[in-house]
Design a protein around this ligand. Structure first.
Ligand code: 5GP
Length: 121
């Protein structure tokens, strides 16, 4: 899938659409999800143009990958969810339920999130 430079997170990165910013550094931007699924629901996105987890993992530089994942840890700490616990979700592609085609990590916390998934075969 080629990168759509008009996806909503690309527009947030360019400042064309506002967001409730948590923090930002050279490699990442963190902001609150517009439709929170938990008392704390943040999104962390890399600044580079990567469509998905697998695109980022395969094509981002070592500096981008390190910088991004260190930022995710810092955001969780800043949001004060690390003591009680939290969940990271990465949706990828159609089966994964990815809506926005710019790689991102969800950080969810603030109460017990229950079991991860249920499955009926
Ligand atoms: P995905 O399903 O792609 O993993 O998650 C996309 C997330 O982006 C959803 O949780 C959705 O609520 C959030 N989202 C979509 N549009 C916006 C927006 O304009 N601003 C913010 N802050 N979050 C958004």
């Amino acid at each position: 899938m080629s990168y759509d430079s008009n996806n909503i997170f690309a527009r947030i990165l360019r400042g064309e659409i506002p967001c409730k910013k948590i923090c930002e550094d050279d490699y990442s931007l963190a902001f609150f999800d517009i439709n929170p699924k938990a008392p704390v629901h943040a999104l962390v996105i890399p600044k580079g143009a990567y469509t998905s987890y697998e695109d980022f993992a395969a094509n981002a530089s070592d500096a981008e990958i390190t910088g991004f994942y260190r930022a995710v840890g810092k955001v969780a700490k800043q949001l004060e969810v690390t003591n009680e616990g939290f969940r990271i979700i990465i949706n990828s592609g159609v089966n994964g339920g990815q809506e926005v085609p710019h790689y991102h990590i969800h950080i969810l916390g603030g109460h017990s999130l229950g079991p991860m998934l249920s499955h009926k075969s």
